[in-house]
Design a protein around this ligand. Structure first.
Ligand SMILES: [Cu+2]
Length: 646
């Protein structure tokens, strides 16, 4: 149980070894200097985003000279004027490549910056009307109140007039250890202009008692004494793990992939390939979860509550430092992540990315009734993961790679419910989770961007339904089960919903390579078929979260199309991202295509989710389908030292 020798600090060279390696601290500093020299950082200018601008796919695949150039992208905001600029610099060529000034009214606002949080607390607590409203509720001591700034969305006049703003809710935190989420001050929100640095509106709609019961789950008085009946479980790999990490290149069994990390997207995986018989077979060029929206379903007062955690808050920036034994068990290799603070100074998050191997039960097993052979093999998976905390929630993002070619993505949602005061009686929009404390029904809708390369760039998507057929001349006993295969040929027809009743899946086929049966090699996407966005299609949130209207979209690859809700999500009026991407209705049959998959739970909170929520899982699976000619794991040996398994 020692840290393996694969610690990745050794990989933080100033000069990255590969064009897709994450930006280094030295590169962030160099890029910052270029921006400063160009006069882009004058006054109180802050970095709302700063990250690697990846080279175009064609260049990377061709290994062309363009890949030697390293570019960074920054979103710069002047905190006094609100001037917002999208800048690309070339660190290797020492120049500003492009600058674009946003028209925030139509383009959207840049993400929330770190300093907004502290500023908002001061601004709200200094506002006399807000203080008076708190005093009326018996809350005279504002040092016992915490403020919670929430992105504003875009609701149009008279609700907002397109200024850069947040809406601020309040919670009581009676002492340092108290869990503030247990004590919402309901009915009141302060609307803060982040540029004018003042409260410009207060909505004070009702007063409900502040729920009193403690939610401090680490207080023995709340949780009771720790149970003493759990005996240790230890995972040992006496010969070390079976993977190797060379810089950011990870190899395990037939798999190879590159690990990236971005302040906005979090973990990114690149060039995921399988190697068999001396051949490299690409599967996915790039995989990430570039957006998520969490819309809440109470039509009163907090109708505006919906966060886009990647585009508005940058999920990667809030990544946790993981601890062996607590967060990950066994032989772990960690990679650090480098992001920046809002002045563009690099900040290293130690042990942000966890790589390890897990036993995963039975891979295959059979006791043959005719030849008497009894065989059993163990499944294993390679796990690449990170955890992040965005406000009240914590999310773990896990990518799994299996011996049989399966890829899975799993999100583990945990943390603390967002709370309000329960109005009493049967309230159809929320659950009472503690006396007088409510948690509103909401959704967590993630968007996976899967830039597929199944045996090359020429791919297409087939929708596969499995249906029973009525009794008829060809089906006299009614037992027929038929596959209905529909090719998705254009972007306008590729916005699709899952259908659990039809076992609907989507097959990503190569239009160039066949298996030994002469059929296209493919991978199949298995969705979970949970609800898509439940907000009315005419609602402001639906306009901004166009990606969440369907489980699947397929677009033709364009390096500029990276974010499913658009580049500038904060306060965007709507229509950006997927709806804009598919407007050209490009041909997606036999092309270089990207899949966008919406998944995630519709969360009706349970009392058991309070005061801290046991992990809720969601995700999707990609399985090889005729990608191999037969079960690719026949060569997996029986597990020693248990000869009776063979
Ligand atoms: Cu939830």
């Amino acid at each position: 149980m020692t840290d393996t020798a694969l610690r990745a600090d050794q990989t933080s060279h100033a000069q990255p070894a590969h064009p897709l390696d994450p930006a280094t601290a030295a590169e962030y500093l160099a890029g910052r200097e270029i921006m400063a020299a160009a006069g882009l950082l004058a006054g109180p200018t802050r970095f709302a985003y700063y990250g690697l601008e990846e080279p175009p796919k064609d260049d990377v695949l061709a290994g062309g000279p363009g890949t030697a150039e390293r570019r960074l992208r920054a979103f710069l905001i002047n905190l006094d004027t609100g001037a917002s600029t999208d800048v690309v610099v070339s660190v290797s060529d020492q120049r500003v490549v492009s600058t674009r000034t946003l028209t925030t009214r139509t383009d959207g606002q840049l993400p929330i910056v770190d300093s907004d949080f502290a500023a908002v607390d001061e601004i709200v607590k200094a506002d006399p009307d807000w203080r008076a409203a708190m005093a009326r509720r018996g809350l005279d001591d504002v040092s016992k109140i915490v403020t919670c700034p929430i992105t504003a969305g875009a609701f149009g006049p008279p609700d907002d007039d397109r200024r850069r703003m947040v809406r601020v809710l309040a919670f009581v935190q009676a002492n340092e250890h108290d869990l503030a989420w247990a004590h919402p001050v309901d009915g009141i929100a302060a609307y803060v202009d982040l540029i004018a640095k003042k409260v410009f509106k207060i909505t004070d709609e009702w007063e409900l008692p502040v729920p009193r019961e403690s939610g401090d789950y680490d207080d023995e008085a709340v949780r009771g004494p720790h149970r003493t009946t759990l005996r240790p479980i230890e995972i040992t790999q006496p010969e070390g793990p079976s993977f190797t990490l060379d810089g950011h290149l990870l190899r395990w069994q037939d798999w190879s992939l590159r690990i990236g990390f971005d302040a906005r997207e979090g973990l990114t995986l690149h060039q995921i390939s399988l190697h068999r018989g001396g051949r490299e077979r690409p599967v996915i060029y790039r995989a990430s979860i570039p957006e998520m929206v969490i819309p809440y379903g109470d039509p009163k007062f907090r109708y505006w509550q919906a966060y886009f955690d990647a585009g508005e808050y940058l999920v990667g920036k809030w990544a946790n430092s993981l601890e062996r034994g607590c967060d990950c068990l066994g032989e772990i290799a960690y990679l650090d992540a480098t992001v920046t603070d809002d002045t563009g100074q690099p900040r290293t998050i130690p042990n942000a990315i966890c790589v390890h191997e897990e036993d995963f039960g039975i891979l295959w097993k059979h006791t043959d009734i005719f030849n008497g052979s009894a065989q059993s093999r163990r499944q294993r998976r390679l796990v690449v993961s990170y955890f992040t905390t965005v406000g009240n929630y914590d999310y773990g993002f896990y990518w799994y790679f299996y011996l049989d070619g399966t890829i899975e993505h799993e999100v583990k949602a945990t943390g603390v419910l967002f709370t309000s005061a329960h109005p009493g009686g049967d309230h159809k929009y929320s659950t009472e989770v503690a006396p007088g404390l409510a948690a509103v029904t909401h959704q967590h809708l993630f968007s996976a961007r899967l830039d597929m390369t199944v045996d090359g760039l020429a791919n297409a998507v087939e929708e596969v339904d499995v249906t029973g057929r009525p009794i008829g001349p060809d089906n006299p006993y009614g037992n027929a089960i038929e596959q209905e295969v529909t090719r998705l040929t254009r972007e306008s027809h590729a916005g699709r919903r899952a259908d659990g009743a039809k076992g609907r899946t989507w097959r990503i086929i190569s239009t160039e390579h066949q298996n030994r049966f002469g059929r296209p090699v493919s991978y199949t996407l298995y969705p979970e078929s949970a609800p898509v966005l439940l907000a009315d299609p005419a609602s402001p949130v639906a306009a901004r979260a166009g990606f969440a209207a369907n489980h699947l979209w397929v677009t033709r690859y364009d390096p500029a199309e990276r974010y499913p809700a658009g580049d500038f999500v904060n306060q965007h009026p709507g229509g950006a991202g997927i709806p804009a991407f598919i407007a050209a209705d490009r041909d997606i049959d036999g092309a270089d295509i990207v899949l966008w998959h919406t998944f995630g739970p519709t969360h009706v909170p349970r009392p058991e989710d309070w005061p801290v929520m046991p992990v809720a899982r969601c995700g999707f699976t990609l399985k090889p389908t005729g990608f191999f000619d037969r079960n690719p794991t026949l060569d997996v040996p029986p597990p020693p030292p248990a000869p009776h398994c063979s």
